[in-house]
Design a protein around this ligand. Structure first.
Ligand SMILES: *Cc1c(COP(=O)(O)O)cnc(C)c1O
Length: 387
């Protein structure tokens, strides 16, 4: 059986875990956490980063930083993982679901402006499959309406956006910016299904410096303990709201091992992604199956290989066909506006494209342990498929 996912282990994790155990510092905000923060800040130029226990937690920190409350409206794509909306719904905000684009599963940026009202507090674009949304348009809209942008970059580590607008609010035309660094806040996931992982983990990137001080307090249970650890104050206490968002050094040490191998991980993922693409494109064109489209302004971090089938019956049949051949392919994301939890509260229109991807998208296994031969086996299996 070729399983859908296997978390990648570089081989250095156990060594770093041992070092963390041996150091005696096991709680959060220790040397390995600082090493991770430095890595993100140096490699991608993030102003300030904080490791979290998940991307969901990083999103919850955003709701506290933005003081999201009942009556606020948050614009979120319907075709996404639950967490994108959950963190905001938990604060009592109204989730205003946006549709996906006709030609890719990401949010339809041109439909966002019509959803903005005087109550809109934030837009949460998701860089689906690590492929950027049009951030020029989103940031321009946000600036004009004075609303915040929280990037759900859970899948988007080491992926980039190239500025395309002439008078862009985010940089000069042609500038290349890392995803997660463009909105006021950006959230990443290190769940085992993501490119870089530590089992469960996440990161908050604080791009608007106004939020830095409070973010550190919210991260450390509402206290200024981080300042105290740096020797900036001689005692610490309860300052604000917050929770225990910081992961232990065990998770941070594991993540360090992965970060050191980032370049190699990305190269290997890309090799498998490219093999799928070249092996399947002709077949896909013949059957009206759509492979991922990478806009000129986006890079592909090879987080995911997906195909959009011409209809749901085709999609369900191809999943069955691969399973009959011992290959686990899957579909994902049921439109959130139709979810059991939210459907009774949803007041908006039908979201035709969100529903389309719910019904027609299929994902193929993509991970480093997948051998070249296994990728070929999967391609051959799909080429044999009779719809
Ligand atoms: C994985 C994922 C999350 C959640 O990440 P966790 O670290 O598991 O909390 C949120 N949003 C998107 C788009 C994701 O893919």
């Amino acid at each position: 059986m070729i399983t859908f996912n296997k978390p990648f282990i570089t081989g250095k994790e156990a060594h770093y875990l041992y070092k963390a155990v041996d150091s005696g510092h096991l709680s959060g905000n220790g040397p390995f956490t600082r090493k991770c923060h430095s890595f993100f800040e140096e490699k991608w130029g993030f102003v300030k980063t904080l490791l979290t226990t998940s991307c969901t937690d990083a999103l919850e920190m955003c709701t506290m930083l933005l003081e999201v409350q009942e009556g606020d409206e948050i614009i979120v794509p319907s075709y996404t993982f639950v967490s994108t909306a959950l963190a905001f719904a938990r604060q009592g905000a109204k989730i205003v679901f946006a549709d996906s684009s006709p030609d890719h599963p990401g949010i339809d940026v041109d439909k966002i402006e019509a959803l903005i009202t005087s109550k809109t507090k934030a837009i949460v674009p998701v860089h689906y499959a690590g492929i950027a949304c049009n951030m020029d348009k989103i940031m321009d809209m946000a600036n004009r309406h004075n609303i915040f942008v929280v990037e759900d970059a859970a899948q988007a580590i080491d992926s980039y956006y190239t500025v395309v607008a002439d008078n862009s609010p985010i940089g000069k035309k042609g500038d290349t910016l890392p995803l997660g660094s463009i909105g006021h806040l950006g959230c990443f996931s290190f769940h085992e299904t993501k490119n870089i992982h530590c089992g469960e983990g996440g990161l908050l990137a604080i791009n608007d410096p106004r939020f830095i001080k409070r973010a550190e307090i919210i991260w450390e249970k509402g206290t200024n303990r981080a300042e105290f650890f740096r020797g900036e104050v001689n005692k610490y206490g309860w300052k604000d709201t917050g929770s225990s968002f910081l992961p232990s050094e065990l998770n941070a040490s594991f993540l360090c091992a992965q970060l050191e191998e980032l370049a190699d991980i990305q190269t290997k993922r890309k090799k498998r992604w490219d093999k799928y693409y070249h092996g399947l494109i002709e077949w896909a064109n013949g059957l009206n199956v759509q492979l991922p489209i990478i806009p000129d302004y986006a890079t592909n971090n090879s987080h995911m290989f997906y195909m959009i089938c011409p209809d749901q019956a085709f999609r369900d049949k191809i999943i069955q066909h691969t399973r009959n051949n011992n290959i686990q392919s899957i579909f994902h994301y049921l439109s959130l506006h139709k979810s059991e939890y939210y459907k009774n509260r949803y007041e908006g229109e039908d979201l035709r494209y969100a529903d389309k991807y719910s019904e027609q998208l299929v994902r193929l296994p993509l991970y480093i342990e997948l051998t070249d031969d296994q990728v070929q086996t999967i391609i051959d299996c799909i080429l044999e498929f009779q719809p």
